[in-house]
Design a protein around this ligand. Structure first.
Ligand code: SF4
Length: 349
């Protein structure tokens, strides 16, 4: 079936054959709490004959999302603790997140910001908040990189993106602007000449970090969208989440990483899933993750190796899940060192 419109409700899911009427009550409870959208491109990719289809599992709500584990938290990576002004997260000295928009083209069921994103949520920063965010960046000389995330910044119109880039172009100490997005995969036609032109600003190097988790997401259309970005001089890197039942297999991950490299997208981060509410069914253990990443090492070129990382709950930053930074302490628990040398328990008490 060719979907002609985005799926935005349980009724739409039932109509598209992605849920049954018997699922309705549980899924209504899920979508009352967490946003749902599947683009036509994603809906078309789903294999309805496979009850564990890795595309469906990423985007179709599941009653398991109603089960919240005690260690899960609304703000799993501690954005709020490091937010000096609305829309800015300043966790590390040389870079900030700029969360200009809290809308996404699709809503991933494992999203680490699932309590913050969605059409009913915080929307787009208004003009005054944007100005305050740019003032903050401009007054902090140490900020070398601005990372637009959210939400997905590429849902913004070229006009809005141009305004953002124009404001950043006026801040001389900012050298790098990075966009984190799913758009090239879930809505590839949006990556057109107008949008690409809007991402550029004189004196800034622009990176696009593409979020994809399964090799099937890299359709011909998605590959063409990446090619348009790279041909325009934009550097692309990848980010993926290691997800139980979706890509927790070295062969699948190898195919994904090779597909990134073949499309001039350098593998960057492989995230251990965060402790977002109702996402326990996606989470594997650190030990399982380490085993998968070790297997990957022997299988594929060094060019294809992502860095396996854990965002330390509470906002203490990222830790590479290897060597001395993440040490088993027994009973499935770990001691994790942050970049300042602080020690944290994982999972948190
Ligand atoms: S695109 Fe990113 S921010 Fe949006 S739902 Fe998916 S993981 Fe969350």
């Amino acid at each position: 079936m060719n979907a002609v419109k985005p799926i935005k409700s349980v009724d739409d899911l039932v109509e598209a054959g992605l849920a049954t009427p018997a699922d309705r009550a549980a899924l209504e409870a899920v979508t009352a709490r967490y946003a749902i959208t599947l683009t036509p491109e994603i809906t078309r990719l789903i294999d309805r004959a496979d009850p564990n289809d890795p595309i469906a599992r990423q985007f179709v709500p599941d009653a398991a999302e109603l089960v919240v584990a005690p260690e899960e938290r609304a703000d799993p990576i501690g954005d709020h603790a490091h937010s000096p002004v609305e829309g800015i997260v300043h966790r590390y000295p040389d870079r900030v997140l700029l969360k200009a928009v809290h809308i996404c083209p699709v809503y991933c069921r494992f999203c680490f910001r699932r309590e913050m994103v969605g059409p009913q949520g915080l929307g787009t920063l208004d003009a005054a908040a944007m100005e305050a965010a740019f003032d903050y960046i401009g007054s902090h000389q140490e900020i070398w990189e601005v990372i637009l995330t959210g939400g997905d910044p590429l849902v913004l119109s070229p006009r809005r993106l141009r305004e953002i880039m124009k404001a950043l172009a006026n801040i001389s100490h900012v050298k790098i602007v990075r966009f984190h997005t799913r758009v090239p995969v879930v809505d590839p036609e949006k990556i057109d000449a107008a949008l690409i032109a809007a991402l550029k600003a004189s004196g800034k190097t622009v990176y696009v970090a593409l979020h994809a988790n399964h090799p099937r997401e890299l359709t011909m259309e998605a590959r063409a969208a990446c090619a348009r970005l790279v041909d325009a001089g934009i550097v692309m890197v990848s980010q993926s989440v290691l997800l139980k039942g979706i890509n927790d297999d070295p062969a699948i991950l190898a195919d994904l990483m090779k597909a990134f490299v073949e499309n001039r997208v350098k593998p960057y981060y492989l995230h251990h899933p965060d402790l977002a509410p109702g996402t326990g069914h996606f989470r594997l253990t650190i030990e399982e993750g380490q085993r998968i990443v070790a297997a990957l090492r022997g299988q594929i070129s060094g060019l294809c190796q992502p860095t396996y990382i854990l965002d330390i709950p509470g906002g203490h930053g990222k830790a590479v899940v290897s060597g001395s930074t993440v040490q088993a302490t027994g009973d499935g628990c770990y001691s994790v060192s942050d970049y300042r040398g602080g020690e944290h328990s994982y999972p948190p008490a």
